[in-house]
Design a protein around this ligand. Structure first.
Ligand code: CA
Length: 236
């Protein structure tokens, strides 16, 4: 199944695009591509892809805007942003707008393939028995509809954010490390030793949605030196 997964590449730099197409076809994927932003956006919204590799700097409409528009339509579409090396702002922006992960350019082909495989492995839909995580009296996470209800307000989550919350809730008797989240939620094997801030940035983004004050979290807390814990009232 993984072998026939379809991947859309949106990348304007010819050498990188051609290289990506080659290597992904070589690894057995169905590959489609766009050379600039607008056609990339159109393909992303009208086609059905298992994964989208999305460059940031693109002619006509940039990767951030494309990511936002994809997320509005589909909260579960797996997206990996291709960011410039050490462009911290790009990385944070991309993940804040709902990308699943990022790969910094220049990247090694081996690294990229590992990340692609991991994201595709995790994108198989899972059924959950639970429906709600009640954080406190007026904060309820709706796992099926991917949102949190705070009083009358409804704030949407991406699929990946919900997966992080669910995982923390299922293991909330103890702190969960960043490495465990990477391997259990993102599907990276422990031996991959991937250096990524994906987890931290996702945690920060979740806090902004669920906490009253994301700098002093009371639900998704950091246990110093041990990881993250989700404190909640009940699950139903
Ligand atoms: Ca570019």
């Amino acid at each position: 199944m993984e072998k026939s997964a379809s991947i859309l590449i949106v990348e304007d730099e010819v050498a990188i695009r051609v290289g990506l197409v080659d290597v992904l076809i070589y690894h057995g994927y169905q590959v489609d591509y766009a050379e600039e932003g607008l056609s990339g956006l159109e393909k992303a919204l009208t086609g059905k892809y298992d994964l989208i590799l999305l460059d940031v700097m693109l002619p006509n409409i940039d990767g951030f805007n494309i990511c936002t528009k994809i997320r509005k339509q589909d909260k579960a579409q797996p997206i990996i942003m291709l960011t410039a090396k050490s462009a911290d702002e790009d990385i944070i922006n991309g993940l804040t707008l709902g990308a699943d992960d990022y790969v910094s350019k220049p990247f090694s082909v081996a690294q990229l393939i590992l990340r692609v495989k991991a994201v595709l492995r995790r994108s198989v839909p899972e059924t959950t028995e639970q429906t709600f995580i009640q954080l406190n009296g007026n904060r309820r996470i709706d796992l099926q509809n991917l949102c949190i209800q705070i009083g009358k307000e409804n704030i949407p989550f991406t699929k990946r954010e919900i997966e992080v919350l669910e995982y923390l809730q299922r293991h909330n008797q103890r702190p969960v490390t960043r490495e465990e989240l990477l391997s259990s939620v993102w599907g990276y094997s422990e031996e991959m030793e991937i250096e990524t801030r994906t987890v931290d940035i996702h945690i920060a983004r979740i806090r902004r949605k669920i906490e009253k004050d994301s700098k002093n979290p009371q639900f998704l807390i950091t246990v110093r030196g041990a990881g993250y814990r989700l404190i909640c009232d009940s699950v139903s």
